[in-house]
Design a protein around this ligand. Structure first.
Ligand code: DGI
Ligand code: FE
Ligand code: FE
Length: 190
């Protein structure tokens, strides 16, 4: 699919506010690609597709996970909000015709991040958090500035906030989130 078709399809499949967020992530990721000399089109497309599975209910998402044989070890019971991320590359491939592995990888890890992310993966992880439509949270101004200065430091700031937020809400923190946090903590200290 070209970008026009993708946008039309996403507009049909997502709620209006989710679609607005999607465009925000696409443009933010594209701007970050400009700042870091990465592929702007790829960043935009990955931004568009990152929440493509979010138009489905959790029950539907679970069915898709069975269909694609995605192993969900603790996710189903502990953190169902991580499911749309694991599902994203499969939905993007089947319903949006996206075959670019760099894009598919970037959308797969957009919620938790992962150690040793490629710049595109990091930009999607970050853009999701800082896009203009995100509601204001403490520290967001600093994170937004850092997004155009240092991807590793910015990633760490976001993980730090997310972990504190989840702790505050007594939610289970996924192992991938912790693993990623520890990796970027080391990485930015070195
Ligand atoms: O899909 P979005 O709302 O745009 O954003 P997202 O894909 O980053 O999902 C955000 C939600 O996921 C938010 O409620 C925090 C939650 N989250 C992120 N990491 C973890 C997590 N939830 C759990 N339970 N565990 C995690 O490690
Ligand atoms: Fe998401
Ligand atoms: Fe998102």
């Amino acid at each position: 699919m070209n970008i026009d078709e993708m946008e039309q399809q996403l507009k049909l499949n997502l709620k209006p506010e989710r679609y607005r967020h999607t465009l925000g992530v696409a443009y933010t990721a594209a701007s970050m690609a400009m700042a870091f000399d990465e592929d702007i089109q790829k960043a935009y497309k990955a931004g568009l597709l990152h929440d493509c599975a979010k138009g489905y209910s959790l029950v539907q998402q679970r069915k898709f996970c069975e269909k694609y044989r995605i192993s969900l070890d603790g996710i189903l019971t502990d953190s169902p909000q991580l499911m749309h991320s694991a599902l994203a590359p499969f939905i993007a491939r089947e319903y949006y015709g996206e075959n670019d592995l760099e894009i598919l990888n970037a959308i797969e890890c957009h919620t938790t991040g992962k150690p040793k992310m490629k710049p595109l993966e990091q930009m999607i992880f970050i853009a999701d958090y800082i896009e203009p439509d995100r509601r204001m949270i403490p520290g967001l101004c600093e994170v937004r500035k850092m997004a155009f200065q240092n991807l590793d430091v910015c990633t760490l700031q976001i993980l730090d906030h997310t972990i504190e937020y989840l702790k505050g809400r007594k939610q289970k923190i996924g192992y991938k989130t912790i693993e990623t946090y520890e990796y970027y903590l080391k990485q930015t200290k070195a």
